[in-house]
Design a protein around this ligand. Structure first.
Ligand code: BYC
Length: 328
């Protein structure tokens, strides 16, 4: 059992009672000192299980996340946009490879991770289960979904598990290009024709709630935050990451003349926290548990890719002499 418990059920800290208390104390002291934990180091089972769950979900999110933008490569407006989008989508798939490799260091084989994805056992980011109807939707993803991902990944790159942090460092470097590209696309829409501004506004209206969901449930409903923050896997809580995103990007969205579909959205100057209408958390639960607008379509694409690539994997496993006639 590799994790992936029931959504919103708090993690049972009793799982720790089976651990050797001396080893556990030494492990926690290392984390407290800011040392990195490496694959061959001793670690509690719960730490391993939580990391596999989180890194695997992150890897799946990258690979599924390539799909809504990927459908826009052939329809991107102009050759330069096509080239940039193609490179971005390729990067996202590369991020998945880095993350699968990091999760593998914890003992779960990649094949098992892919099986769990295509069989619907593993989760991946809620936001990629919504359709990208127009070019403006692809612009929203490239700018703001990538922005949200960077807020999360920059924080967690300072975390405790060496292979995950190193993968995140590399991912963040590439994401910063995506962010600039996405911002450029949105500025182009904002300064374009009336129709382009309207398309962009409609995309913001469509994607705002899934974007608020993206950072995870409110802290008081989060099952894993406490243990993950204690062990410095997560370096900021869901609400803190959401707040940081709002702080950085709401002013930029307003600056471009767009509105955000939440009349309550404002910054409380005393607390420094954003006030907003809670997005529909029941919808979030449905979407992450397989019942969003595009879940079935996304998994079907991955299943087909898996099937089509089978011969390549089998050929790689076959000894060369079985299929290459030796030169005599
Ligand atoms: N979507 O206890 P909580 C990208 C689940 S890709 C789906 O707060 P945690 C990009 C959670 O798994 C980058 N499920 O969880 C790619 C748990 O369920 P289980 C995506 C979610 O782990 C291509 C339950 O809800 N980024 O940006 O403490 C193109 C309770 O939640 C979500 C990452 O993956 C969600 N949004 O915190 C463009 C970052 N949120 O497992 C862009 C890595 C929560 O008990 N992940 N759940 O069944 C994380 O940082 C953390 O896992 C989260 C959630 C902050 C997302």
């Amino acid at each position: 059992m590799y994790g992936g418990g029931n959504t919103f059920e708090p993690v049972n800290s009793k799982e720790l009672t089976n651990e050797d208390p001396v080893k556990l104390e030494a492990f926690e002291a290392r984390i407290e000192r800011g040392e990195k934990i490496e694959p061959t180091d001793w670690m509690p089972d719960l730490y391993r299980k939580q990391l596999i769950r989180m890194i695997e979900q992150h890897a799946h999110s990258e690979i599924i996340g390539a799909l809504p933008e990927g459908t826009w490569i052939t329809r991107a407006p102009g050759f330069r946009r096509k080239l940039a989008l193609m490179a971005k989508v390729q990067d996202e798939v590369g991020h998945a490879q880095l993350l699968y490799a990091a999760a593998e260091t914890l003992g779960k084989p990649r094949e098992a991770m892919i099986d769990d994805l295509i069989n619907g056992k593993s989760k991946y980011s809620n936001i990629f289960n919504y359709p990208a109807y127009t070019w403006a939707d692809a612009c929203f993803i490239s700018w703001l979904v990538d922005a949200g991902a960077i807020v999360n990944q920059l924080a967690n790159a300072r975390g405790s598990y060496g292979p995950y942090c190193r993968a995140l460092d590399r991912i963040c470097a590439e994401e910063s290009f995506h962010l600039k590209y996405g911002h450029h696309c949105v500025i182009h829409m904002a300064t374009g024709t009336k129709k382009q501004r309207q398309m962009m506004q409609e995309a913001i209206d469509r994607w705002w709630a899934p974007m608020m969901h993206f950072f995870g449930p409110p802290d008081k409903m989060s099952a894993h935050t406490e243990v993950l923050m204690k062990w410095k896997v997560k370096m900021a809580s869901n609400d803190d990451m959401r707040n940081q995103f709002l702080d950085m990007y709401v002013p930029k969205i307003w600056e471009l003349g767009f509105t955000i579909p939440d009349p309550k959205l404002s910054k409380d100057q005393e607390t420094g926290r954003w006030v907003y209408t809670e997005p529909d958390w029941e919808e979030f639960k449905r979407v992450i548990n397989g019942d969003g607008p595009c879940n079935a379509e996304r998994l079907a694409v991955r299943r087909t890719a898996e099937e089509r690539g089978r011969w390549v994997r089998e050929a790689l496993k076959t000894p060369k002499t079985d299929y290459v006639k030796p030169l005599v």
